[in-house]
Design a protein around this ligand. Sequence first.
Ligand SMILES: [Zn+2]
Length: 241
Amino acid sequence: LVEEARAAGVTRFLTIATQHKEFADTLEFSQQQQGVFCTYGIHPHHAGEEGLSDLELSKEIEQAAAEPEVIGLGETGLDYHYNHAPKVAQQHSFELHLKMAQQVGLPVVVHTREAEEDTMRLIDRALKRGPLTLVLHCFTGSSTLADFAVERGIFFGLGGVLTFKKSDALRAIAARIPENLILLETDSPYLAPIPCRGKPNRPAWLTHIATCLANVRDMSTGEIARITTENFERAFPKGGE
Ligand SMILES: [Zn+2]
């Protein structure tokens, strides 16, 4: 999959940790592959489920952050659509990740679904403490959340949903946000873009998302590729050259 994506012009990869127990494999894969980086974090679906205390999770984050391949924290955030973990546990875990990100100086990949108000509240609480780089991954939020992010210089991860027929509102947001805040992502194996919709997503299909975004913003696909690569390096400085 990585070779196929490289051949399609994808040069940087970020593979996302969602559970503590899977992190060793994620890290090992990043260490073996040129241009593949990873994050460490507990997805809101799994918040609290592995029984790590705050102290243990903080130590795990510190250790992970020392690895050259670990260039961010996450996924963390809030998912009130599925509520696989109780809201209180999700909020607690999200706050801990934000606090630790500020301590170790790494950006945070944020998952938010049907939880915009609490997401904005907890992000603002963290930003009051000090600076923090954030990515709203697979952005499918409202105009309110988009404005919130733009005002705070938060990055937008745009994925396959951008290409879906019913995504006019999302395309309108993608057309108007500043270009220096845009990142491309696949969320593989989920959310395959049109014309591959319904299949397991692959990193090479990032090109379909880039082409769609180029049309939406009236730019060339090459410009989109250049801008989003530069943005990746600003959002994740450890993943730069
Ligand atoms: Zn997510």
